[in-house]
Design a protein around this ligand. Structure first.
Ligand SMILES: [Cu+2]
Length: 202
């Protein structure tokens, strides 16, 4: 998902990259209700929600981006460990907060900007300890809402943003009891979903 950390300049670039995340969500999924609900939360509430995506040792020093009333993201809390948390990603329909490292921030920004492929040059790690949701059609995970697609919940998980090829690796392409699969297989935004609760990691 599910970008880069460092100096102030980087943070500004990231914020631009993530501008109108919720608007993109509304367009992609045709539902803006929860996105608006998150936007109307106080900065403190959004920070708390965002940080709940990662284990304590990650959340402690992570930066947080919060939504303004217009749906743009700005820094709500500076960080020092290279991770950035956001209060929600997909809103299908509940907020699904995510904490991501620099490479995933790049990945996510590329996705939000409709870049043909992600530009992170190393695999990125992202935590979604509250779980999330995706669109699924005929038991296949699809990237956007489409006719016949339904919302399927994801349990607490973490991700490796790297274009794994399910055929080459022989990994599964849909959620399964083994707890790991390649999401968005066959697209440049393919990544590994690991059904393991980040809150249980030490
Ligand atoms: Cu995913």
């Amino acid at each position: 998902m599910k970008k880069v950390i460092g100096g102030m300049a980087t943070v500004v670039v990231l914020c631009l990259g993530l501008v109108n995340l919720s608007m993109a969500g509304e367009k992609a999924h045709g539902k803006g209700k929860t996105a608006k609900a998150v936007q109307s939360m106080s900065s403190e509430e959004q920070i708390k929600l965002a940080l709940s995506a990662a284990p304590a040792h990650v959340a402690k020093d992570a930066a947080v981006l919060v939504f303004g009333a217009d749906g743009t993201l700005t820094e709500g809390k500076p960080g020092t460990n290279g991770f950035t948390c956001i209060p929600t990603v997909m809103n299908l329909p509940d907020p699904d907060p995510m904490c991501m490292d620099a490479a995933v921030k790049q990945w996510w920004s590329d996705l939000m900007n409709n870049a043909p492929k992600p530009s992170n040059t190393v695999p990125g790690i992202a935590y979604m300890a509250r779980g999330g949701s995706h669109w699924e059609k005929d038991k296949q995970v699809v990237m956007k809402e489409e006719p016949g697609a339904k919302i399927v919940k994801e349990p607490p998980h973490w991700m490796i943003m790297w274009p794994f090829d399910a055929k080459a690796t022989m990994l599964p392409t849909a959620p399964n009891p083994a707890g790991m699969y390649v999401m968005f297989d066959g697209s440049p935004y393919a990544h590994a979903m690991v059904y393991q609760d980040p809150k249980k990691m030490k």
